[in-house]
Design a protein around this ligand. Sequence first.
Ligand code: MN3
Length: 224
Amino acid sequence: MKKIKVSLIFCIAGISLAFGQYQLAGLPYKYSALEPYIDSTTMRIHHDVHHAAYTNNLNKALAKYPDMTKKDIVELLKNFNEVPADIQTAVRNNGGGFYNHNFFWSIMAPAGTANMSPKLEKILIENFVSVAAFKEEFAKAGTSRLGSGWAWLIKEPSGKLRIISTANQDSPIMSIADVKGTPVLTLDVWEHAYYLKYQSKRADYIKAFWNVVNWTEVEKLLAN
Ligand code: MN3
């Protein structure tokens, strides 16, 4: 019964998405690809229900401003100050949710398939003294975020790496962000990202996340 319900929601979201600018892309791997660290059911609901809803609601919010939908999502969020006042909250939450989840899926990979190269290790050591210190600081950004939000590794305009966290669906690419930078790694610390498997143990979820980071993609983003 549960499975039927989930696919029905996906189906409804899929139909209405066809009329909007922003499209929900499929995951770049199977729902089960990140097992046992992130379970298949969580991935399915996270993508097919939560990410689909952000996409759908973003399209709904922009329906009366068709000119805004000509921008890709990065341009839309980088120029958030140009979003009409009456849809700012909707675009902040749903445009942020649409972008953040796209990015999140892209920086994960099945365990053991995208390991950290010596070159990336060296960059992390230069910025954070050691890889362990980097992971500790990143984990702290995730565990100390009260309520819902995201932990980020960003590249500042100077080229320096920095770890931050954002509330709700805010991201460091938004023109309204306190700290701006180019995202190179992120972790969703909303309860919907881990509660089925880890319940209230967010720190255990963060520890498991290190097994499924796509370090190849992180290194590629750093080179940009
Ligand atoms: Mn999420």
